[in-house]
Design a protein around this ligand. Structure first.
Ligand code: ZN
Length: 292
């Protein structure tokens, strides 16, 4: 099989897997891969990714001009082109709407807490690109802010985007994001989420070289850098990962809260704390037991 035939077959296979796993419904999602230095093979507009055939694919140049194919290229082609422009190292781009990760994107909750070693070594954090109307020029603009420093991101009220050194690498990152979202959701439903301490995160990311994982960017070093990344419209050059100092512990228990709220420090004496009725009852019961 020639290089191009293999890439077309790989896109068909990945589309089938995405559809089978429920990452796309109907005609959602799109996939592209570099073909040599100046062309792309891309899924066409308006087809279900679960039922594609190799002959359906479009070949375009890096400006999106169609060179080959009976159908028009994906409606999200502009987003794909922007990724290839910003990331010469990226060989493939995958976009889908996996439901749990997209739920986080709808809730406006980034997947940026240090909770899974596997995610910290591969993706680091998964931010949310600002809402943009699908298929318009707004979407590549929103993606541009994060793509230099991240291999995966959520798209607000839309879906997720992953990139990689080959098609399967980009696709596996989509699987990792959805799996990460599922586990995060369960932990939050269970009411506690222990975080991996910053020192352990550094150790895990230090192992990337050993596994041959190329990380796009380091973790932002200080809090002011984190805030400037979140607030400015400049592209992020580092990653925001919520990993509190462990003080010798590798896991930091029961952290609640969001970026920048100092979740790892205990509340000051004058600060309000909130308890559920059950927690309050347990405290009272405990106090009574101690009185006896
Ligand atoms: Zn989409």
């Amino acid at each position: 099989m020639s290089g191009e035939s293999q890439l077309r077959a790989d896109i068909v296979e990945i589309g089938r897997r995405m559809y089978a796993r429920g990452y796309t419904a109907s005609n959602d999602g799109n996939i592209s891969v570099r073909l040599g230095s100046d062309r792309l093979v891309m899924t066409p507009k308006s087809v279900c990714k679960g039922f594609m055939t190799p002959d359906m694919m479009c070949v375009t140049d890096l400006d999106g001009r169609k060179l080959q194919g009976d159908r028009d290229p994906s409606s999200e082609m502009l987003m794909h082109l922007e990724v290839y422009r910003q990331r010469p190292d990226v060989q493939a781009v995958v976009h889908a709407h996996p439901p749990i990760a997209t739920g986080f994107a709808v809730a406006g909750i980034p997947l940026d807490r240090a909770v899974l070693a596997e995610v910290l070594t591969t993706l680091g954090s998964v931010p949310i690109a600002e809402y943009a109307t699908p298929s318009t020029r707004e979407l590549p603009e929103a993606v541009r802010k994060y793509i230099k420093a991240h291999d995966g991101m959520l798209l607000a009220n839309h879906g997720a985007l992953t990139v990689g050194g080959d098609l399967y690498a980009a696709y596996y990152k989509m699987e990792t994001i959805e799996h990460f979202a599922k586990i995060s959701l369960v932990a939050r439903l269970l009411g506690r989420e222990n975080l991996i301490a910053r020192e352990e995160v550094d150790r895990l990311q230090g192992l990337r070289g050993t596994y041959g994982i190329k990380a796009p960017a380091p973790i932002c070093a200080d809090p002011s850098e984190v805030l400037s990344v979140l607030d400015s419209s400049d592209p992020a050059m580092c990653q925001v990962v919520q990993a509190p100092a462990g003080g010798g512990q590798r896991l930091v228990p029961n952290i609640h809260g969001h970026a920048g709220d100092g979740a790892s420090k205990p509340p000051a004496e004058s600060e309000e704390i909130r308890l559920t009725y059950r927690e309050l009852s347990a405290l009272i019961e405990d106090a009574i037991r101690n009185l006896r």
